[in-house]
Design a protein around this ligand. Structure first.
Ligand code: SIN
Length: 291
């Protein structure tokens, strides 16, 4: 274990936080072999504290990724995208060298925030990483909330945002119209035109900390507000939460396993790797109704 890295409790898991405390590399454990009870507690504690955590050099089979996911929670729902054959909870995020379609997840969002109970966490395991580009950006909703002035916070408390999958997955949405995607099978459905409301400011069930809960890809309005009133407020919040000071750039390597907390983090898959293959395997863990 390198100097300056703290281990957690009885576990050998070490934690190397980013300077702002948002994001941390973890190590000291072989994920393929399964986690001990102390390891699970250590990973969960680091996850609660740092919101995005990653392990380097962890080859995992499909079964090992599923087993790891189940040590940390319960599988969430995976709408609108075909899972790996025989593995209904693993979504393969794949883009082939010849593809010129938009990068999957290539806009700021919190995974599946349009569900009544959006996933608490996402696990993403890198299989093939291009030599250039393909980073994932993460934005810290907790610090973004804390940086708002009191008047703004008072206005936001009690407001609820409308979340919908219509933009990407509705019959008139982006994926219904695109052609040329070969790496992934994505479905459109009239169901996507529905909407659910969630508080714009959410209290984390584990840490008790408040964070902004907005999802630019899916938050389409605010309850009780006309679009011309809600749109400028949402645009302001989207821009605020994704300011550089709240954003962490995550660089992948094959066999990196990264876990993020959708309850308080936005993410954005960047491109910049046309002509190269990029493949990652993703599971989600069920969450709770946001409050
Ligand atoms: C996603 O889950 O939104 C994709 C993230 C990525 O490919 O970096």
């Amino acid at each position: 274990m390198g100097s300056g890295l703290a281990t957690v409790g009885a576990s050998g898991v070490w934690v190397k936080p980013e300077p702002e405390g948002f994001g941390a590399e973890l190590g000291g454990v072989d994920l393929a072999g399964g986690l001990s009870v102390a390891d699970v507690a250590a990973v969960q504690a680091a996850f609660a504290r740092h919101a995005v955590v990653w392990f380097r050099d962890q080859p995992l089979t499909h079964l090992q990724l599923e087993a790891l996911s189940l040590q940390l929670g319960v599988f969430g729902e995976e709408p609108y995208a075909a899972p790996l054959p025989g593995h209904p909870h693993i979504l393969e995020v794949r883009r082939e060298p010849q593809e010129t379609v938009a990068v999957f997840g290539g806009g700021w969002h919190s995974d599946w925030s349009f569900l009544k109970t959006p996933p608490a966490a996402t696990l993403l395991h890198a299989k093939i990483i291009p030599p250039v580009g393909g980073d994932t950006l993460f934005a810290d909703g907790t610090r973004a909330w804390g940086a708002l002035d009191n008047d703004r916070q008072r206005v936001l408390e009690g407001l609820r945002g409308w979340h919908s999958a219509t933009g990407p997955y509705g019959p008139e949405g982006y994926f219904a119209k695109e052609t040329g995607r070969v790496g992934m099978t994505i479905y459109s459905s009239p169901d996507a035109d529905g909407r659910v409301s969630h508080p714009l400011v959410r209290t984390h069930p584990v840490t008790g900390r408040k964070s902004l809960f907005i999802s630019p890809g899916y938050t389409v309005g605010i309850e009780g507000m006309a679009p011309d009133e809600s749109r400028p407020l949402l645009e302001y919040l989207f821009a605020h939460m994704t300011e550089d000071r709240f954003v962490l750039r995550h660089r992948w390597a094959a066999d990196t396993l990264t876990i993020w907390d959708n309850r308080c983090v936005l993410h954005h898959a960047t491109g910049g790797y046309d002509g190269h293959r990029r493949v990652l395997h993703r599971t989600t863990l069920v969450g709770e109704r946001p409050v």
